[in-house]
Design a protein around this ligand. Sequence first.
Ligand SMILES: Nc1ncnc2c1ncn2[C@@H]1O[C@H](COP(=O)(O)OP(=O)(O)O)[C@@H](O)[C@H]1O
Ligand SMILES: [Mg+2]
Length: 271
Amino acid sequence: MAYIQMKDVSFVYPGGFLAVDNINIEIEKGENVAIIGQNGAGKTTTVKMMNRLEKPTKGDVMIGDMNTKSYTTAQVSRVVGYVFQNPDDQIFHSTVISEVEFGPRMMKLPSEIISERVSCALKLTGLEQFRDTNPYDLPLSIRKFVTIAAIIAMDTEVVIFDEPTAGQDLRGNHYLSDILRTLNQRGKTVITISHDMEFVAANFDRVIVMANKKVVTSGTPKEIFWSFDALEKAKLKQPYISRLCRELGIEGNIIEMDEAVEAIKEKCLLN
Ligand SMILES: Nc1ncnc2c1ncn2[C@@H]1O[C@H](COP(=O)(O)OP(=O)(O)O)[C@@H](O)[C@H]1O
Ligand SMILES: [Mg+2]
């Protein structure tokens, strides 16, 4: 049985707007999954139901054998950490260190464990130099890492990143790749929403495609980025590398630079 299961889940916002329409999602323990889809597809609402920030209007969300229906948001958030899309919805302390310490403190962990977790989270997110800085004195892209560090320090089984790549430069994306790899090596289940198709192609085992309040399909990045039907439905583009290979008539469902270079070299030699 999958570790995370959303069964026939729908969500209607208080004003009556249907944001998620009868979706089914299964994610295995330790999977590293991306969710892609246009703005308004229902991605954020979906992941918020995984840690009970939002309660499904219909259906069940299971995390292991816990039906989130029977637990509080505080209880579920000890198992499922959620990094908000907008860091300013999450940050409420006046220094980076107090923001990152907050979760472990609430868990009443021994102080040595707290400081170990905080140091580790600050190192992984490249924030050591900003320990005593007010998060609001940092640019938005770095503030996002403050919220990531705060969730990593909670050491939850599941970690959800809502658009961590938005507004990041190459350095930010490298940090994010390292963070994803490290969490995965620790056995965590990681779910990341992203609009950066190059980043998705390079960093995930599986991609879930959402469009118009529903799940369209899911598959490996190679499958998804060469599934024109799914991309069309979700109004998404292939990564540049795949588009180039398609234009050149190169087969093999290429999604990454290294394999594209090899394939293009081979094609040049043949011609
Ligand atoms: N608090 C809210 N009240 C009413 N509608 C909302 C609210 N939050 C989001 N929505 C609407 O729900 C839909 C899905 O939103 P969201 O889950 O944030 O999508 P995504 O993350 O894919 O961009 C959007 O049309 C959005 O405008
Ligand atoms: Mg969103």
